[in-house]
Design a protein around this ligand. Structure first.
Ligand code: AMP
Ligand code: ZN
Ligand code: ZN
Length: 346
């Protein structure tokens, strides 16, 4: 009998289920319910909750963390600058048989895939008060190269189809711990937003013979640019002050980044985070690296192009957005680009 029909117990393995009506995958993950939140403790200070528990990500507290995958530098005799560790409360499990097919119980049409995957945490700095935007461009570049290294390790695993790198900063952007960190979630399916993006880029390519992201002419949407990257407010930004950082060279996969480009991107990412912080009063934010599925065909290569999206959390997602998948953005991207272009960072 499939695990989907078993009773609700602590020991259930995660699994992915596809909603065939909305064409959407959902991860069911019992372990997620157990994760702590140090923001919760701040909100309930009077109740003397877990505010005294040490931050597991601080240097010296490594024994409070799930196992380490690697650190930078790798030499154990010097202090680490970056650690890539397993997530203690992973959404997907690296320890289950991903080949075993599930069955559907009950009368709902759908698909079940075992919740096999990797969910890692990247601790971006050893010191609690240091944020990504405080690092220098080379150090931000080293964080990006840590993502690259981990993706390259994961891509050796047959069943993994897509790797999502993302950062949550601030409680309303989904962060449960305040120490600067990001996450890497490797999935056994290609998420629908990735397939939809590839499909749109293919349509553009079929019509024009060109890659839609190579063709971006930022004009009044430009915020800044470097040797290898452009930062813009996207033409149809979903969220106010949303920023995209796009490679100016054609590249399907983020993990093809070399160290020169990583430092270049590190500088631009730092600049965008600083501008956003100064202009928008240190808002909560998310960033996501939108890469291509690990396997792309020869035919898909000419139109698949990765980029990094930064979204400050300024407005909520509510009934309309949930109901329609459409978003209401009160700020025109031309105006957002002008403001971000002009804000001076010292
Ligand atoms: P966020 O919730 O975005 O702040 O990301 C923090 C992540 O760290 C969450 O996904 C937690 O599950 C994970 N986490 C919390 N405590 C630990 C720990 N001691 N070791 C490893 N991962 C942890
Ligand atoms: Zn800390
Ligand atoms: Zn391109």
């Amino acid at each position: 009998m499939a695990s989907s029909s078993s009773s609700l117990t602590e020991t259930r393995s995660p699994e992915l289920r596809k909603d065939p009506i909305n064409n959407r995958w959902v991860i069911f993950s019992p372990a997620r319910a157990k994760r702590p939140s140090d923001f919760k403790s701040k909100f309930s200070e009077n109740q003397n909750s877990n505010s005294s528990s040490p931050c597991p990500f601080c240097i010296g507290n490594e024994h409070h963390c799930a196992p380490e995958i690697f650190r930078v530098p790798s030499n154990l005799n010097v202090d680490w600058k970056i650690r890539v560790i397993q997530n203690l409360y992973p959404a997907l499990s690296r320890d289950i048989d991903g080949e075993k097919d599930g069955e559907i119980s009950g009368g709902f049409p759908g698909r079940v895939v075992p919740g096999f995957g990797f969910h890692d945490v990247v601790i971006e700095a050893p010191v609690h008060s240091v944020n990504l935007l405080d690092l220098d461009p080379t150090e931000v570049g080293e964080v990006l190269l840590a993502y690259k290294k981990r993706i390259e390790q994961i891509k050796e695993r047959d069943l993994i189809k897509y790797v999502q790198v993302f950062k949550n900063h601030g409680p309303s952007a989904g962060a449960s711990l305040s120490h600067s960190h990001s996450q890497i979630l490797a999935l056994p399916v290609v998420p629908p937003t990735v397939s939809a993006r590839l499909y749109s880029l293919k349509e553009y390519f079929d019509q024009t013979g060109k890659c839609g992201l190579c063709e971006v002419q930022p004009k009044d949407l430009l915020i800044d640019e470097t040797s290898y990257f452009t930062s813009i407010a996207p033409f149809a930004a979903t969220f106010p002050f949303e920023i995209w950082i796009i490679p100016r060279y054609h590249s399907s996969h983020f993990h093809d980044l070399d160290s020169e480009k990583a430092t270049d991107l590190g500088g631009l990412l730092k600049l965008m985070l600083r501008k956003m912080s100064m202009q928008l009063n240190n808002p909560p934010f998310n960033f996501m690296i939108h890469s291509s599925p690990l396997e792309v065909t020869e035919a898909q290569l000419p139109y698949s192009h990765w980029y990094l999206q930064i979204v400050p959390k300024l407005i909520g997602v509510a009934g309309f957005e949930i109901g329609t998948g459409c978003y209401i953005n009160p700020v025109f991207p031309e105006d957002a680009a002008k403001v971000l272009r002009e804000v001076a960072v010292n």
